[in-house]
Design a protein around this ligand. Structure first.
Ligand SMILES: NC(=O)c1ccc[n+]([C@@H]2O[C@H](COP(=O)([O-])OP(=O)(O)OC[C@H]3O[C@@H](n4cnc5c(N)ncnc54)[C@H](O)[C@@H]3O)[C@@H](O)[C@H]2O)c1
Length: 240
């Protein structure tokens, strides 16, 4: 498709070894990008021209040193996809302090760490794309997910603010908010939960990782060059 050509682009994807991350990596690689796949552990497979970088996104200093190393090797980063995320579900009265801290540290501070350390590079290049993977539960809230929903809502505030701060440097900053996505992890959940989420969609089907990846590529492409500070739901109408 015209406009979805990422030749000569270097794309950094966090949480790259998970269900959605692997699909984002594969789609960018297919579109000609060199991809740096960041995660705690290597992905099951890595397409050609992609490299793995082991990092804990919640560690501010480690992220700084990894970005230094990546820039020394690749010379540039064109697109940053903040996709790493975890969940520690419990009702708020059962949620421990460490459940709260862990989810906020990975999902929200992790994105801040990468944006903070890469902002000078994007400003120097006077271009760049950032996509943060939020969730419809950051927009609507969800029983038992106070930490997760707060982190994903926080990502939306972060997205809109950074869009304003980096806009003068021609950087597009957007969020994708998936509904329930069928990954290896979610497929193993009780059938009742899958059925309930499916019945909330208007299409009668849950998203696949590629549905999310397609939105990410669109937002990083020239087709979306005048879109910034936006949140695109990819949820089959689960939350209208
Ligand atoms: N699967 C869904 O239904 C769904 C719905 C909405 C939003 N999301 C969001 O999409 C993103 C990807 O989800 P997924 O379904 O692929 O999950 P996943 O668990 O399959 O993948 C998440 C990846 O993040 C990595 N990760 C976790 N902590 C990390 C850390 N501290 N540093 C570096 N990497 C770390 C994990 O190792 C894993 O590879 C997450 O942000 C998630 O919240 C998922």
């Amino acid at each position: 498709m015209t406009g979805l050509d990422f030749k000569n682009n270097v794309v950094l994807v966090t949480g790259a070894s998970g269900g959605i991350g692997q699909e984002i990596v594969a789609k960018f690689a297919n579109a000609g990008a060199r991809v740096v796949a960041v995660d705690l552990q290597p992905p099951a497979q890595l397409p050609d021209k992609c490299t793995f970088c082991e990092a804990d996104v919640s560690d501010f200093d480690q992220v700084e040193s990894r970005i230094g190393r990546i820039l020394a090797a690749e010379k540039r980063i064109d697109c940053l996809i903040n996709n790493a995320g975890i969940a520690r579900d419990a009702t708020v009265w059962r949620m421990t302090e460490s459940d709260w801290d862990a989810v906020l540290a990975v999902n929200l501070k992790g994105a801040f760490n990468f944006i903070h350390h890469l902002a000078p590079h994007f400003r120097d290049m006077n271009r760049g794309k950032i996509v943060n993977i939020s969730s419809i539960n950051g927009l609507r809230g969800k029983f038992g997910l106070a930490n997760y929903a707060a982190s994903k809502a926080g990502l939306i505030g972060l997205t809109k603010t950074i869009a304003k701060e980096l806009g003068r440097h021609q950087v597009n900053v957007n969020a994708v908010a998936p509904g329930y996505v069928l990954t290896a992890l979610t497929e193993s959940l009780p059938e009742k939960i899958i059925e309930q989420a499916t019945s909330e969609t208007v299409f009668g089907r849950l998203a696949l990782p590629e549905d999310v990846a397609n939105a990410v590529l669109f937002l990083c492409s020239d087709l979306a060059k005048h879109i910034t500070g936006e949140v695109i739901k990819v949820d089959g109408g689960q939350y209208i």
